[in-house]
Design a protein around this ligand. Structure first.
Ligand code: SF4
Ligand code: SF4
Length: 90
């Protein structure tokens, strides 16, 4: 689908809710997910996600969330860290 979105998505699995049915792993068109040794879905190739939404839609336990990556996420985290450091220095 939205190939232009490749590499722009953030995929989060909530292990506490995942029962390891494997639906998302089996049907993800980009092989983003794998089942871990603990039997939980794990994000292994996030950059390949095309945000088709299949996993999110079909997970019976609502254990996956796919979002657009925040464009400035890394920058913001660094800025927040700097702000905290500056506060602590007082
Ligand atoms: S579809 Fe949902 S419950 Fe099934 S393996 Fe994937 S995340 Fe876990
Ligand atoms: S939205 Fe889900 S099913 Fe679709 S490519 Fe991304 S991880 Fe795979």
């Amino acid at each position: 689908m939205a190939k232009k979105d490749k590499g722009k998505s953030s995929v989060t699995v909530f292990p506490a809710w995942c029962k390891g049915c494997g639906i998302c792993v089996e049907f993800c068109p980009s092989n983003v997910l794998e089942l871990s040794d603990e039997g939980k879905s794990t994000v292994v190739r996030e950059d390949d996600c095309i945000r088709c939404g299949f996993c999110e839609l079909h997970c019976p336990d609502f254990a996956i969330v796919v979002k657009e990556k925040e464009p400035g996420a890394a920058k913001k985290a660094a800025a927040d860290k700097d702000a905290k450091t500056a506060k602590g220095a007082k």
